[in-house]
Design a protein around this ligand. Structure first.
Ligand code: TYC
Length: 102
């Protein structure tokens, strides 16, 4: 087992252990079939956006092809993607949610 023999070595260890987690954008993609109201509901339910924010994000996605719903560490982002995609499938909409590393 290696030992810490200097302040510099201690700082190396501390820096390594407190590095901030990599962050991931959760993305919603546009499609031609998912109702606008359903996308607004997703943004309110899973991403804690209010009605105005949700409508703005939904329209950005509709016009630009995709949009950012939130930014999270990997485990949280991955869970949101799985939950949103399952919810969409359950309601028979093709809406696709995905991840992008920042
Ligand atoms: N383009 C869809 C429509 O016209 C609306 C939509 C918006 C779908 C955002 C997906 O992520 C999306 N009904």
């Amino acid at each position: 087992m290696s030992k810490i023999g200097s302040i510099e070595q201690l700082e190396d260890v501390v820096e390594t252990e407190v590095a901030p987690p990599s962050m991931y954008q959760v993305i919603l993609n546009n499609d031609d079939y998912t109702p606008m109201d359903f996308v607004v509901e997703i943004l309110q339910t899973f991403f804690n956006k209010n009605e105005q924010e949700s409508t703005d994000i939904m329209l950005t996605i509709h016009h630009q092809g995709k949009g950012v719903c939130g930014v999270y560490p990997f485990d949280i982002a991955e869970t949101k993607v799985l939950q949103v995609n399952q919810f969409s499938r359950d309601h028979e909409h093709p809406l696709l949610c995905s991840l992008e590393k920042i």
